[in-house]
Design a protein around this ligand. Sequence first.
Ligand SMILES: Cc1cc2nc3c(=O)[nH]c(=O)nc-3n(C[C@H](O)[C@H](O)[C@H](O)COP(=O)(O)OP(=O)(O)OC[C@H]3O[C@@H](n4cnc5c(N)ncnc54)[C@H](O)[C@@H]3O)c2cc1C
Length: 308
Amino acid sequence: MIDGKQLFGHVLNDGQIKENELMAHHNTYGIGGPADIFLTPSTKDELVEILQISYREGVPVTLIGGGSNCLISDKGIRGITICTARMKPDMIITDTWLTAVGGVSTGAAARFAWKHGLTGLEWAVGIPGTLCGAVFMNANGYGGQMKQIVEKVYALTKDGQEDKVYDWDDLKYGESDSIFMHNGDIIYGVKLHLAEGDMEEIKAQMDKHQESRRTKQPLDKRSAGTMYLRPPGYHVGPMIKACGLIGFSIGDAQVSDKHPDFVVNNGNASCQDVLAVLHEVQRRIKEQFGVHVPLDVRLLGEGLKQER
Ligand SMILES: Cc1cc2nc3c(=O)[nH]c(=O)nc-3n(C[C@H](O)[C@H](O)[C@H](O)COP(=O)(O)OP(=O)(O)OC[C@H]3O[C@@H](n4cnc5c(N)ncnc54)[C@H](O)[C@@H]3O)c2cc1C
């Protein structure tokens, strides 16, 4: 067993180092067993040191931001889990560029842009989690996508040795895909290019999207948002409906009756329950429509491998 305080006690204070920390407390699903060591750095320097130490000691590192797009193993996470959501947030605007570093939330960035009369992020208001997580996932909604507005991304290599600046061409963005899903670099900042807009129009758009989320999404239940990627030429929700899977449940994990792309946690769902629901949805759609619906949610922790 790793001794977190011994390894990281000279970098972080006691409150930033937790041992056997239940991951269910750190994601929107409320699911996940204990992380061996759970670290919440507050600065980039702390993050660099943690990465360097973990690499030197050969301890595996798992990263989470706001935990709003991940499903974490019931067995928890071995090694070090770093949460970037509590890193000191900072944002600046220069002309029509918004640069954000640390644990800035996506919603806060959208509202900051609006307050400075900048358009381009309205679609993102209401997306939970960190802006860096949204950059990683290429978060999208209401016709907008991160890849349309990202100009540069600031990231550390996972050994903490290199501080890199990615230009747009380097990001290899696809739908819900980015270079970071393949190279494991840790994003600590992003520069977005926005445009001058009318504050009232921006606000009206944001309100419209928020209202649409409230109406269409099961926001009264815990979830990780929509779970699937859309196979080209198909819409997942109508296929789930056609398969008669609305409300389908295993344990406390259930296909939402409000938005079929969500699998909600009705209280005590386990990771295994959610996975069983997801796999059944995939199986039935494959059977009825002959198409594979890949998973969008990120699977983290012991015994899980990312599935698509
Ligand atoms: C109610 C609800 C509504 C949602 N609506 C939308 C929506 O409209 N559109 C949409 O796209 N998503 C939506 N989501 C999903 C989710 O909010 C987004 O994907 C969000 O951007 C994830 O950010 P996060 O910080 O929570 O990432 P996490 O869930 O913490 O992490 C997701 C993945 O990103 C990696 N990661 C996180 N931060 C970093 C970093 N700094 N560097 C490198 N890797 C990192 C993690 O390792 C993990 O693999 C919704 C979720 C919920 C619960």
